[in-house]
Ligand binder design. Structure first.
Ligand code: MLT
Length: 409
């Protein structure tokens, strides 16, 4: 029989959101009349904006003519989109990122999962805890995580983020080579301000560490002191890779498009001690394993940068942030302690009393027919917390809050 990659066998049975979906489905089957409000996985509910849909219609028509038809595109993405990103997402914030430092992809999930391809299997990894499970699971798959004991991987350094430290992780003590940071944070919905993020950049510079900075939720930032990009911090271009996504910004969870910035000044070292450009390695990886996001989808992403697109995207984000406000205020009134939801579309709830995350999941599902995500699924420090997303329909969000209020905590 074929030998398999043992690292995959080490993974717990189900990916977090598949497991949540499985349990909701089991409940639905047992209670076919229950009107379940799903606030678990952070999937969007607003339609794609008109500017992007119009662009896709035009791009689809391009495919009808031999003169405008597009086959294989550049593996790095079309210049028309990379130019917009460079100008709008970076130059407008005073950051100089060239188009050859931007790689378009089918989303941040793939890129944050695949980026480990270009790093040594010996690299030591640190993650904030709780954490988006893709960072951990993909490091398990590539053999960097060690063994699982007591819900922790032996070679991964966990940096707890709880109410006790105001969700601001302490700097690592185990000299990790790679540090995953996601801000605004998934799952806690909390942020790091400029000064706090600068400490991480300084740490990475001083310790030769590489920061994987996931800023998939940057469009939800409302406070001026919260950086949208890690490159707002001087020196970050020497120590950080940044991941962005149109999923949460513009509802592309089904369309699939995002991008990764690998600055040219970012260097690694091979086992002979020779300096290597991470930008060149990622380019080589993408050219071999990826044929680019589709032309039609990239045209849709380009349209988001037009004045019409920017306005429509903003309206959708405001819609979700109104939900976040409803959740924060309503759940507080219900007697729960809540975090996040100010610069992010996630609400992080402290479970009442000593209730475990999964017990709270069961309680809300059974008593309110509201489905969320248990905090413990995001890591050991997520135990005793619970996540709801603000990506639902407004009416459902209001209804969910009303139902939860009846539980009297
Ligand atoms: C989440 O719910 O954490 C996200 O939707 C998952 C993802 O972006 O892959």
């Amino acid at each position: 029989m074929i030998k398999v990659n043992d690292n995959f066998c080490k993974l717990p049975a189900g990916y977090l959101f598949s497991e949540v979906a499985r349990r909701i489905e089991a409940y639905r089957k047992a209670h076919p009349d229950a009107a379940i409000i799903r606030m678990g996985i952070g999937d969007v509910t607003c339609p794609i904006c008109q500017a992007a849909v119009d662009a896709m219609h035009r791009a689809a028509d391009d495919q009808l003519s031999e003169f405008t038809f597009h086959g294989y595109g550049p593996e790095q993405g079309y210049a028309f989109l990379r130019e917009k990103i460079s100008e709008y997402d970076y130059k407008k914030r005073g950051i100089n990122i060239g188009i050859d430092e931007i790689f378009i992809s089918d989303g941040a999930k793939s890129d944050t999962g695949n980026i480990g391809d270009i790093l040594s299997p010996d690299c030591k990894v640190a993650v904030t805890d709780p954490v988006y499970p893709v960072y951990v699971d993909t490091n398990v798959m590539s053999g960097r995580a060690g063994e699982l004991c007591d819900n922790k991987w032996s070679r991964i350094e966990y940096l707890p983020c709880t109410a006790e430290n105001n969700f601001v992780p302490a700097l690592p003590v185990g000299n990790p080579d790679v540090i995953y940071l996601c801000y605004p944070n998934n799952p806690t919905g909390t942020t790091l301000n400029r000064k706090q993020l600068a400490e991480w950049v300084e740490y990475a510079i001083g310790h030769n560490a590489l920061i994987m900075f996931d800023s998939a939720y940057e469009a939800y930032i409302t406070d001026d002191d919260v950086p949208h990009s890690i490159y707002e911090i001087p020196g970050a271009e020497k120590v950080a890779i940044e991941f962005r996504s149109y999923s949460k910004t513009a509802g592309f969870t089904g369309l699939r498009c995002g991008y990764t910035v690998v600055p040219k000044s970012l260097k690694g070292v091979d086992s002979n001690g020779a300096e290597v450009s991470l930008n060149s390695l990622w380019n080589r990886r993408q050219c071999t394993k990826f044929n680019g996001a589709s032309y039609i989808v990239q045209r849709a992403a380009e349209a988001l940068y037009t004045p019409k697109g920017q306005k429509q995207v903003r309206e959708t984000i405001d819609y979700y942030m109104r939900n976040a406000c409803v959740l924060r205020e309503g759940l507080t009134e219900a007697g729960l302690t809540v975090f996040g939801g100010v610069n992010a579309p996630y609400i992080w709830i402290k479970t009442p009393g000593d209730m475990s995350s999964w017990d709270f999941f069961d309680l809300l599902l059974a008593e309110s027919n509201v489905a969320g995500t248990p905090g413990s699924g995001f890591g050991p420090s997520g135990e005793g917390y619970f996540r709801l997303t603000a990506f639902g329909r407004y009416e459902n969000t209001v209804e969910a809050v009303e139902r939860i209020k009846k539980l009297k905590f």
